[in-house]
Write a protein that binds this ligand. Sequence first.
Ligand code: GLA
Length: 388
Amino acid sequence: MRPQADPAPADPAPADLFADRYGPRPEGVWGAPGRVNLIGEHTDYNEGFALPFAISAGVYVAAAARDDGILALTSRQQGSAVVEVPVAALAPGVPGGWAAYPAGVAWALQSAGHRVGGASMAIDADLPAGAGLSSSAALECAAGLALADLYELTVSRPELAALGRHAENDFVGAPTGLMDQLAVLLGQAGHALLLDCREGTAAPVPLDAAAADLELMVIDTRAQHELSDGGYGARRSSCEAAALALGVRSLRDIADPEALGRLADPLLMRRARHVVTENRRVLQTAELLRAGELHRVGPLLTDSHESLRDDFEVSWPEANSTVEAALGAGACGARMTGGGFGGSVIALVPAEVSADVADTVTAVFARNRWSPPVITSRIPAPGARRLG
Ligand code: GLA
């Protein structure tokens, strides 16, 4: 079986959903992609480095301004009921559930002094939620771009990324970093982005797997994850505790893993070791990409997975088996991608063995009686934009 080639976002029809729910046609349609993180996991909130890229699947928002001050939200993937809240009444918890992501961005824009009025939004997606591909950030950023255009707000993309994160941290209640919003808003076709999460910079780095006869295979293990659960926050707290014990502002300030010997608590030592070694792997990967040596990146991906599995302990059984099966079938390297506890695996695979890798992974899932994985081959796509 060949992995499904990077599918075009043809099916979602947010404008039809809009017409169905609100009557007239929308004023515009905005789209924001999901992202795959090539390497650099749990480094963003430690002010470190990450190397994500945007993908062609995403979240699409058809929207129109309204003059009654109401924010109306409906999503095809969430049953198409309409959630209505006055913009003036937005507050953490109101609304809750999936609607908190787009509503949180309206709230964050408003808290930053931007004048946001009412809007009707219809949301459609071809990016699965809970697959570790940043559907939350895509939803925030598509809604944010729609509001910024509808109300002619002057918001730069880095500012919108920060507001998306603010919404996610303080409105939704998930203590995430800035990687996803930056990837979604600044992504470029044919490139990964080297993020420096202290400086807030994003440098495009060429990523063309096909030119090297390779494929970037993304395997959705269908084990769903939820970042507002405690595991993610606990990892973040451990990193902060390790930085405090080491007397540095953040783990970004530790370049040499030897320095971690000063940590008395073995758990904090392992958590910190992941972050410190992962930052190094990101920089090494970026260097290889810049030198046109993608084929040499594989072992860094696999090392990253082992570090996330053994030191950071955010991997999950389906991901571990996927990595093992992919490597056994000829992948150059493989790792879980995203926050962990469920979601997707990325494998760097020679094009001639990609069908074998897909078959082998699928067979392992069948043997374990897990839901069949969804396997796609991805290339870096452009970031969020107005589509119509
Ligand atoms: C999630 C978060 C990101 C980042 C990753 C782990 O995707 O939203 O901010 O921390 O997990 O790298």
